[in-house]
Design a protein around this ligand. Structure first.
Ligand SMILES: Nc1nc2c(ncn2[C@@H]2O[C@H](COP(=O)(O)OP(=O)(O)O)[C@@H](O)[C@H]2O)c(=O)[nH]1
Ligand SMILES: [Mg+2]
Length: 641
């Protein structure tokens, strides 16, 4: 088993000395560190405890170097909270402890160093001090050990307790693709660039093709070392050094991530849940500029608080959107720390919920909160299927591809495949060729397609169907043709629609008029166009149109209905119908009358004159115009509107 153990604690409390007493390694490797006698940057050492191999990360305690401490703390499994017995809890003891708590490090030991410098009485006081600090935290029941790096007292006992502790911790989940957040890079003569870091998931092997993010540089692995020795493959949880070809070491910085090729994508915005420290100087407000420490990187960002008050009080938890000034690579569940821009003080910590959200607007706050609440999975049960479904839902009808989903989740391909299949089986998401669309969005598209087709039939009853491309432009212009094709396929399979060549129609739509029906249709239309305003009664028109054919009046009535549906013939009353252009002409005449008489009311005789019709038509027409709000009745007269 491989475990990463990190130190934490105030400067000069004996962190580096403890690492040396355990391993013989002086983790202060920089000349400046040696000269000044303080730890500035991260130091590394290995400790072999038989069954367990431990990668030790020694962090600087000085408040100026908390940034470096954070880069080291992000990958650790077990923390050693180090407190000098002669000094007790100091400011960076607190700050480092809070950072570990906010990063949700699960396991740790409390180590009281410099045992040789204090008597029993003082030791008891420091123990109480330490106990109070960790009350109600992950370290509440952690072992507390006194050691002296100087005399060696307690070191063997400490190793025994450390082994016991790490044997109890559960294995890494390793559900995500390979990621190595870089904490150091240098070059070795004759070999080129080397990066080191804690391999937080996956494996890295010699000759692997990989990618350095967020820059997106493709590189090849020339060699791998773990615990200072060459190896074919490094595994998650190991301190790992990778010799890269295809890049100069000067192009590599701490904070970059070595990952599998073309899977993860840089982002400059993410949604998260954060907790503001109880001891923070002020509440956290929207627009605040903060430093985001995530993985081994630090990025400046603006906070967008996702609540009504646009503010999170000290000690409170809430949702935020962080808008970063530079791209980073992060995945859901990743923990991070927020520090204020200036002065640089730790103010909050949290967990990424969505690494590629849209920019939230204040007016949708309620639905945003609901969405993020759903992503927090109360009870910590990390339900992958549910998470995947939520992400797909945010894409609405646009859907997401496998690659999109892998960039969103970072899951290894086989895990993502399984999780997608679970959702597809439950019909929570629909597979539309290369895309996955949420059920509700897909149903919406389906309904809009059907109604577009039906509208088309209503407007053009004599056409056999809507042109496929027209339908696509009307309903699917913003989405992939994959989704269009799948929608059509579903509707076809369900028997709702029929696709004939380039045309789509509702199965219920029976347009194909026979030659004889077409003949009757033409005659009907002609009757109304020729009659102008002197229309026959409907029954007479139907009889006339059908006469001399094999069709009866009822068949003619069905054909007539097609003209009504399409609006080519307008219904005025049960008895009377007029061609569309005849009615619009008449409306124009009415408007002209109104214009000429400066809006004088028109009475029935005047209307009869204007239209040159008898009372039999005049009354139903005027009543129709009243209903259509073209005229308004005022006593016996009408106002033309
Ligand atoms: N007497 C005594 N001195 C110690 C012990 N551990 C560390 N020191 C001294 O305390 C100073 C700071 O130790 P160091 O390990 O650099 O502290 P760090 O800043 O926490 O890494 C150094 O001068 C060490 O020699 C100890 O157990 N006993
Ligand atoms: Mg040190």
């Amino acid at each position: 088993m491989d475990i990463i153990v990190g130190t934490a604690g105030h400067i000069d409390h004996g962190k580096t000395a403890l690492v040396k007493a355990l391993t013989g390694v002086d983790a202060d490797r920089l000349p400046e560190e040696k000269r000044r006698g303080i730890t500035i940057d991260l130091g590394f050492a290995e400790l072999d405890l038989g069954d367990v191999r431990i990668g030790l990360v020694d962090v600087p305690g000085h408040e100026k170097f908390v940034k470096n401490m954070l880069a080291g703390a992000s990958g650790i499994d077990v923390v050693l909270l180090i407190i000098a017995a002669d000094e007790g809890v100091m400011p960076q003891t607190r700050e480092h402890f809070e950072i570990c708590r906010l990063l949700e490090i699960q396991t740790g030991l409390i180590v009281l160093t410099k045992r040789d410098l204090v008597d029993e009485e003082l030791l008891e006081l420091v123990k109480l001090d330490a106990q109070e600090l960790v009350e109600n935290s992950f370290l509440e029941n952690a072992p507390m050990i006194e050691v002296s790096a100087k005399t060696g007292e307690g070191i063997e006992n400490f190793k025994r307790l450390l082994l016991e502790t790490v044997q109890k911790i559960s294995h890494r989940k390793n559900e995500t693709v390979t990621r190595l957040p870089v904490d150091r890079s240098f070059s070795i003569k004759g070999f080129g660039a080397v990066v080191t870091g804690t391999l937080i998931s996956g494996e890295i092997s010699e000759t692997d093709e990989m990618q350095l993010l967020p820059v997106g540089r493709n590189i090849r692995v020339r060699g791998v070392q773990t615990y200072g020795k060459p190896t074919k493959t490094a595994h998650a949880g190991q301190r790992t050094a990778v010799n890269l070809s295809g890049i100069e070491y000067g192009e590599i910085e701490r904070g970059m991530i070595l990952s599998e090729k073309n899977i993860l994508r840089p982002t400059q915005i993410f949604d998260a849940e954060i907790e503001v420290l109880k001891d923070a100087k002020k509440s956290l407000r929207s627009r605040a500029r903060v430093r985001v420490h995530i993985g081994t990187t630090e990025a400046l960002a603006r906070v967008q608080v996702l609540n009504e008050e646009r503010e999170i009080a000290q000690g409170a938890k809430d949702f935020v959107q962080l808008r970063l000034e530079v791209p980073i690579v992060t995945l859901p569940n990743e923990r991070f720390i927020l520090r204020s821009y200036s002065p640089q003080i730790t103010i909050a910590g949290g967990q990424v919920l969505d690494n590629m959200p849209i920019r939230h607007r204040p007016k949708n706050m309620e639905s945003v909160q609901k969405y993020l609440q759903d992503l927090t999975f109360s009870g910590k049960e990390n339900d992958r299927a549910k998470r995947l479904k939520l992400y797909v839902e945010t894409a609405h009808e646009h859907g997401l591809t496998f690659n999109d989903l892998q960039a969103r989740t970072g899951w290894r391909s086989e895990i993502l495949q399984k999780t997608i299949a679970e959702n597809v089986d439950k019909k929570a998401i629909i597979k539309a060729e290369a895309f996955y669309v949420a059920r509700a969005a897909f149903d919406g598209l389906r309904a809009r397609t059907v109604s577009e087709i039906n509208n088309y039939h209503r407007r053009s009853p004599l056409e056999r169907g809507i042109f496929r491309e027209t339908l696509r432009e009307k309903v699917f212009s913003q989405v992939s043709t994959d989704i269009f094709k799948t929608t059509i396929l579903y509707l076809e399979r369900e028997g709702e629609i029929a696709v004939e060549k380039d045309y789509v129609r509702a199965t219920s739509h029976n347009t194909e008029l026979s030659t004889e029906e077409k003949y009757v249709a033409e005659r009907l239309l002609k009757i109304y166009q020729i009659a102008r305003l002197q229309v026959p009664k409907l029954e007479d028109a139907l009889t006339e149109a059908a006469s001399g054919t094999k069709l009866n009046r009822e068949s003619a009535r069905k054909i007539f209905q097609l003209f009504i549906n399409s609006g080519e013939i307008v219904k005025i009353s049960e008895e009377f119908y007029f061609a569309k252009d005849v009615i619009s002409n008449l409306i124009n005449n009415l408007k002209e009358f109104a214009a000429k008489t400066s809006g004088r009311l028109i009475d029935v005789p005047e209307f009869k004159d204007l239209a040159r019709i008898s009372r039999k038509y005049a009354i139903p027409l005027l009543e129709y115009f009243d209903r259509e709000k073209i005229t308004r009745r005022a006593g016996d007269k009408r106002l033309i509107l």
